[in-house]
Design a protein around this ligand. Structure first.
Ligand SMILES: [Zn+2]
Length: 68
């Protein structure tokens, strides 16, 4: 499977150029999977950062309760 990097139209492996904008087609597996994993990594990083912030806030509230 190939796709056009300009208009994102899907094409078969036999096609070389996009029929709409004549751009050189790219192989789907080579181009789209790194972006997917990068997004997953970014999402996981956000999740960990969020969990860490929640943990620090809970710790802060616990300390405030103990001091009171
Ligand atoms: Zn195109």
């Amino acid at each position: 499977m190939k796709y056009c990097p300009v208009c994102k139209t899907d094409y078969s492996d036999k096609a070389e150029f996009c029929k709409k904008c004549e751009a050189l087609l790219l192989a789907k597996t080579a181009e789209k999977e790194p972006a997917k994993t990068d997004f997953k990594r970014l999402f996981r990083l956000c999740l960990y950062t969020g969990a860490f912030i929640v943990f620090i806030m809970l710790l802060y509230y616990l300390i405030v309760l103990i001091i009171k």
